[in-house]
Design a binder for this molecule. Structure first.
Ligand code: NDP
Length: 246
């Protein structure tokens, strides 16, 4: 199996951690970003205790300058980035008629503009070397919409348009571009939702439970595989059957 260099944004979060581990288990060299030094140190210590060694670079993905610096730092430490997983994301929920501009802008900047900021400094190298894997972690709610998430659904739906355009532009250069759309996964993001709402969500999922971060990481590993070279411009729905069809 080839060893590649991977950058996973938001790798210290619930789904991101599982993706970092899965890619490392596959033999890849994995880097991620952090914003808070103390939180990053605690995460790194936990990972080391579990036998993992990840490269951590400081950077906020909402800033084009920081994203570029982050990418160059990873390249300096590990070599050219061959796998990029745009995973960092936030929610700032609220019904649209009460939504403030800050709620809209924070979510669009973090979940969608970040994809431009991080992919832009990575894409030229992939095109030159004629190999790359780019994966956006979108969401079930970018496909079906969600009450109180006009901002989040708009950003996550935007990831699909980005993915299928970038896939077309780079298909002949050995670069695949895909989205993974998780349903509700038990991470801090979802555990912040009130318990009674979570119970209702779980009851609505055909498998009867929330997803595990490892189940999303598995989809990423599948798309990253050398054998997945003909899968591009696709979206993988990983949601326990919560949203089916086209
Ligand atoms: P977490 O809140 O656990 O993790 C989010 C990660 O993103 C953290 O590492 C966080 O870092 C990072 N991050 C947030 N904002 C920025 C920023 N401006 N710059 C750099 N890093 C940032 O969320 P999940 O693991 O649950 O979610 C991961 C992705 O999966 C998100 O894109 C989310 O929208 C998507 N998703 C999640 C679902 C779920 O059910 N959990 C369902 C569908 C999609 P920090 O610690 O610094 O805040």
């Amino acid at each position: 199996m080839a060893t590649r260099v991977a950058l996973v944004t938001g790798g210290t979060g619930g789904i991101g951690t599982a993706i970092c581990k899965k890619l490392a288990d596959q033999g890849h060299k994995v880097a991620t970003n952090y914003r808070n030094e103390e939180k990053a140190r605690a995460w790194q210590a936990q990972m080391q205790a579990e036998g993992y060694s990840f490269t951590l670079v400081k950077g906020d993905v909402t800033s084009p300058e920081e994203a570029e610096r982050m990418v160059r730092e990873v390249e300096q430490q590990l070599g050219p980035i061959e796998i990029l997983v745009n995973n960092a994301g936030i929610t700032r929920d609220g019904t649209f008629h009460k939504m403030k501009a800050d709620q809209w802008n924070d979510v669009i900047n973090t979940n969608l503009n970040s994809v431009f900021n991080v992919t832009r400094p990575v894409i030229d190298g992939m095109r030159e070397r004629k190999w790359g894997r780019i994966i956006q972690i979108s969401s079930i709610n970018g496909l079906k919409g969600q009450y109180g998430q006009a901002n989040y659904a708009a950003a996550k739906a935007g990831m699909h348009g980005f993915t299928i355009s970038l896939a077309r532009e780079n298909a002949k250069l050995g670069i695949t571009v895909n989205t993974v759309s998780p349903g509700y996964v038990a991470t801090d993001m979802v555990m912040a939702v009130p318990e009674e709402v979570r119970a209702k969500i779980a009851a609505d999922i055909p498998t009867g439970r929330l997803g595990k971060p490892e189940e999303i990481a598995y989809a990423v590993a599948f798309l990253v595989d050398e054998q997945a070279a003909w899968i591009t411009g696709s979206n993988l729905d990983i949601n326990g059957g919560h949203h089916m069809g086209w």
